[in-house]
Ligand binder design. Structure first.
Ligand code: DGI
Ligand code: FE
Ligand code: FE
Ligand code: FE
Length: 187
């Protein structure tokens, strides 16, 4: 699929603010893919589609997760987690994307997972550090992202888990597994 066509499809699903975020993720993902050796065209498409389902009705997302066995456990850890696997499912169903590496990067973009590919890490990180993001600690992650992909992904997870805990929110166990996997591999 061509970039222009992909952008047109997602624009219809998103608010203007979320569309601008998507453009930021796209530009950042391309840069990171070049830096860390992921497929640049796959990174661009995964970034464009990554938040495709962000504004889908929660009841519909919940039905899709249950009917398509996308992981019942997600249901108990907050609605914010749902748009990633649901988006990947919908994009494939609509035949926009059939590339499993791209779909996997979209599926894992919110929580990560054990054994992420370089492409998955690129999308996960681009989502966190794109220029429109202003989280506390994001500048530190941007600096790490200039040198080391795993260090940057790890710090973004530390920030997210800390953010959730400070707000008395549940932390999805899969997010902890992502963190543990990187620490384990770095030994
Ligand atoms: O969709 P975006 O806002 O661009 O970014 P995202 O897909 O990374 O989603 C971020 C949201 O997901 C943010 O509100 C925090 C939440 N989140 C991330 N990891 C976890 C989480 N929520 C829970 N409950 N548990 C997690 O592990
Ligand atoms: Fe998202
Ligand atoms: Fe994210
Ligand atoms: Fe996003």
């Amino acid at each position: 699929m061509k970039m222009e066509q992909a952008l047109k499809i997602v624009k219809e699903q998103l608010t203007e603010h979320r569309y601008q975020h998507t453009i930021g993720v796209m530009d950042t993902a391309v840069e990171l893919a070049e830096r860390f050796g992921a497929n640049v065209e796959k990174a661009r498409l995964a970034a464009i589609f990554h938040d495709y389902a962000k504004f889908w009705p929660k009841a519909e997302m919940k039905s899709i997760i249950l009917d398509q066995n996308l992981g019942d456990d997600l249901i108990h850890y907050g609605t914010e987690l749902w748009h990633a696997p649901v988006g990947a499912y919908l994009i494939q169903k609509e035949a926009f994307i059939n590339d499993e590496e791209i779909l996997q990067a979209i599926r894992s973009h919110t929580t990560g997972r054990k054994g992420m590919s370089v492409l998955e890490k690129v999308i996960f990180l681009a989502d966190y550090i794109e220029p429109g993001r202003h989280f506390p600690g994001v500048e530190e992650v941007r600096e790490l992202a200039k040198e080391n992909l795993d260090d940057a992904v790890k710090q973004s997870i530390i920030n997210t888990i800390t953010f959730l805990m400070r707000r008395n929110q549940l932390v999805y166990p899969g997010t902890i597994h992502t963190y543990n996997d990187i620490v384990h591999q770095q030994g």
